[in-house]
Write a protein that binds this ligand. Structure first.
Ligand SMILES: [Zn+2]
Length: 115
């Protein structure tokens, strides 16, 4: 079920609101996902709203430079990224969302395309 969640990085500088469905979480085995080991939830571009800290977000790109990986430059926490295969969608760090236990989710494994 689609629901609205408040999200933040660890230090609280970056705050956002997202509409997503916790029944459809994913983990991915690409080179960046296996390093950050994060359960992710997907949302449409228009369903992610950054409330504060936009200027503190750092953009990281690699390989094809298409996906946009964002993290807080103060606490280093990955908050969300714009997906390469679906540029109109974001994947959000489930651990950043209030009221969501990322370890209680049952993520599907997706094969990463980014090497
Ligand atoms: Zn932070």
């Amino acid at each position: 079920m689609m629901k609205s969640y408040n999200g933040s990085c660890h230090c609280g500088t970056v705050r956002f609101e997202v509409v997503t469905d916790t029944n459809h979480s994913v983990i991915c085995n690409c080179s960046i996902c296996k390093r950050r080991n994060t359960v992710m939830l997907r949302c449409n571009e228009q369903d992610l709203r950054i409330i504060s800290g936009r200027d503190e977000l750092t953009l990281y790109r690699f390989n094809t430079m298409v996906a946009e990986h964002y993290f807080c430059q103060k606490c280093g926490i990955y908050t969300f990224h714009k997906m390469r295969k679906a540029p109109d969608k974001y994947a959000v760090n489930a651990g950043c969302l209030e009221g969501v236990d990322p370890y209680g989710l049952q993520p599907a494994s997706i094969r990463g395309s980014a090497k």
